[in-house]
Ligand binder design. Structure first.
Ligand code: NAP
Length: 248
């Protein structure tokens, strides 16, 4: 008898912020086991898993640093080896960092670490999984970009470049894999209240946001959950803004 496949959704940077909200929303909305990736914060990842279980879902933690291509590939290979009946159908490339500062004073490390996390992280994880998604003839890839990748934000030349590049990659890859029922989309949040924006002065910044507030991680997670669902089967190569009207 053929063994039933167990379907998984992998969320990179699922330990905190938007990634955590995405894990919980996917657990509520869709029939996937969660693979919760984190880099260093195991405790926070465990808390995400507890929230996933509270929401009626289940999952496991999968530690890897998205910037380390070899580590990503070997951890995913090991996971597939240990989960012969597991199939990763949804990949949310969410892990990202910001190292803001004026370009004039931007150090090589501030430039490359931001690019390595968002852009090379996208390559490392997606490339390690793409063949399996194509063989599966069904998949959802959702890339967390930013309004900065569309309009460019002063003080974020590195971050804007990284997110802009991921938008280009999203559009190109979408066309390569559409025939196999694999969609590739990007979600572009504006200011969302997470650790990443914790140091920012919301009371001052909200004046330039038409909705007059920062967004919530859960609001972003709803968009991701829709794109990850079967309902979004004819949407691909798209960038969905979620920014309270700050840019369109
Ligand atoms: P956050 O609260 O700072 O969380 C970042 C997450 O990424 C954490 O789970 C962290 O894991 C993980 N991560 C960072 N570097 C990693 C690496 N090298 N390998 C694996 N995981 C790594 O950030 P957030 O605000 O939720 O942002 C999530 C995504 O949304 C990012 O791509 C960000 O650029 C994007 N975004 C955020 C905003 C915003 O306003 N917050 C706006 C637009 C776009 P650990 O917990 O292990 O450190």
């Amino acid at each position: 008898m053929k063994e039933e496949k167990v379907k998984y959704a992998l969320v990179t940077g699922g330990s905190r912020g938007i990634g955590r909200a995405v894990c919980v929303q996917l657990a509520k909305d869709l029939d996937y086991q969660l693979l919760i990736n984190y880099n260093g914060n195991k405790e926070a990842a465990e808390e995400t898993l507890a929230l996933v279980k509270e929401a009626g879902g289940n999952g496991t933690l999968l530690q890897f640093n998205v910037t380390n291509g070899e580590e990503v590939r070997s951890k995913l290979d090991d996971w597939h080896e240990a989960n012969k009946n597991g199939v990763i159908e949804v990949l949310v490339n969410n892990a990202g960092i910001a190292k803001d500062g004026l370009f004039m004073w931007m150090s090589p490390d501030d430039w490359s670490s931001v690019i390595n996390t968002s852009l090379n992280g996208f390559y490392n994880v997606t490339n390690a999984l793409i063949q399996k998604l194509l063989v599966n003839k069904y998949g959802r890839i959702i890339n967390m970009v930013s309004v900065s990748g569309l309009k460019g934000t002063p003080g974020q030349t590195n971050y804007s470049a990284a997110k802009s590049a991921v938008i280009g990659a999203t559009k190109a890859l979408a066309q390569e894999v559409a025939k196999r029922k694999v969609t590739v989309n990007a979600v572009a949040p504006g200011f969302i209240a997470t650790d990443m924006t914790a140091e920012l002065d919301e009371s001052e910044l909200k004046k330039m946001i038409p909705a007059n507030r920062f967004g919530k991680a859960e609001e972003v997670a709803h968009v991701v959950s829709f794109l990850a669902s079967d309902k979004a089967s004819y949407i691909t190569g798209e960038v969905i803004n979620i920014n309270g009207g700050i840019y369109s």
